[in-house]
Write a protein that binds this ligand. Structure first.
Ligand code: PGA
Length: 252
């Protein structure tokens, strides 16, 4: 069956020293009070090699926030999926709305990133979600379907089964505006129906679909209580061990 996962997305926050401190703190807190779900922290590239040996692998997985759409070579400033994997990281966030919006990542580019992540044994946490205007026009389902089709529909069922999805309505990210539990459940059920249509019910049922967007200790429980919401992708509230732990504790 699918796993419940709480994943942190540190974004462009924390110096190396601060990141190491946070990882250590989290490791200690979760070692004494074991989580009832999988826990992942996705950090800036430069933190990965220092953070992976600090955390207990049995409790905390580590991931990158992005990787290159090329295998290797003359791409100044880029970091490949193989490099991410060589740090001991097991996950990579792909298709985050900030990458799509600010760095012009298209479905085709993301398709390559997913391919390379899988080829290097990384688990992609693939983000999808509509912007505010699209929701106001009631186009969220068609937008999310197109994002899945555009980057993932080339995958076989076996390949797709290695992917974690994160539904992140863009209007809820970093805004304090959380989707209601009903809105989240409705979309997650829709996403699962898209997966079932393409790869079959078993694959759909086994896919972890996380919710992201202003998720915090005070609202995590009611969001995660929905049958199709399998945890969260957490930005702001993953930057403090106590807040992140508060969200993890939603799976009591
Ligand atoms: P937020 O970010 O929790 O700060 O809204 C979520 C995300 O962007 O993954």
């Amino acid at each position: 069956m699918r796993k419940n996962i709480v994943a942190g997305n540190w974004k462009m926050n924390k110096t190396l020293q601060e990141g190491i401190e946070l990882a250590k703190e989290l490791n200690t807190v979760l070692a004494t009070d074991k989580p009832k779900c999988d826990v992942v922290i996705c950090t800036p590239f430069i933190h990965l090699a220092s953070v992976t040996p600090i955390v207990d692998k049995a409790i905390i997985g580590v991931g990158a926030e992005n990787c290159a759409d090329k295998e290797s070579g003359a791409y100044t400033g880029e970091v490949s999926a193989a490099m991410v994997a060589s740090t001991g990281a097991q996950y990579v966030i792909l298709g985050h709305s900030e990458r799509r919006a600010y760095y012009h990542e298209t479905p085709e580019i993301l398709k390559e990133k997913v391919r390379l992540a899988l080829a290097n044994g990384l688990t992609p946490i693939f983000c999808i979600g509509e912007v505010k205007e699209e929701r106001l026009e009631n186009r969220q389902n068609e937008v999310v379907r197109a994002q899945i089709e555009g980057s993932l529909f080339d995958l076989t069922a076996e390949e797709f089964s290695k992917i974690v999805l994160a539904y992140e309505p863009v209007w809820a990210i970093g805004t304090g505006l959380t989707a209601t539990p009903e809105q989240a459940q409705e979309m997650h059920a829709f996403i699962r129906s898209v997966l079932a249509g393409k790869w079959g019910k078993e694959v759909a049922d086994n896919t972890s679909i996380l919710y992201g967007g202003s998720c915090k200790p005070s609202n995590a429980k009611e969001l995660f209580a929905n049958p199709d919401v399998d945890g969260g992708l957490i930005g702001g509230a993953s930057l403090k061990a106590a807040d992140f732990k508060g969200i993890i504790d939603a799976f009591a």
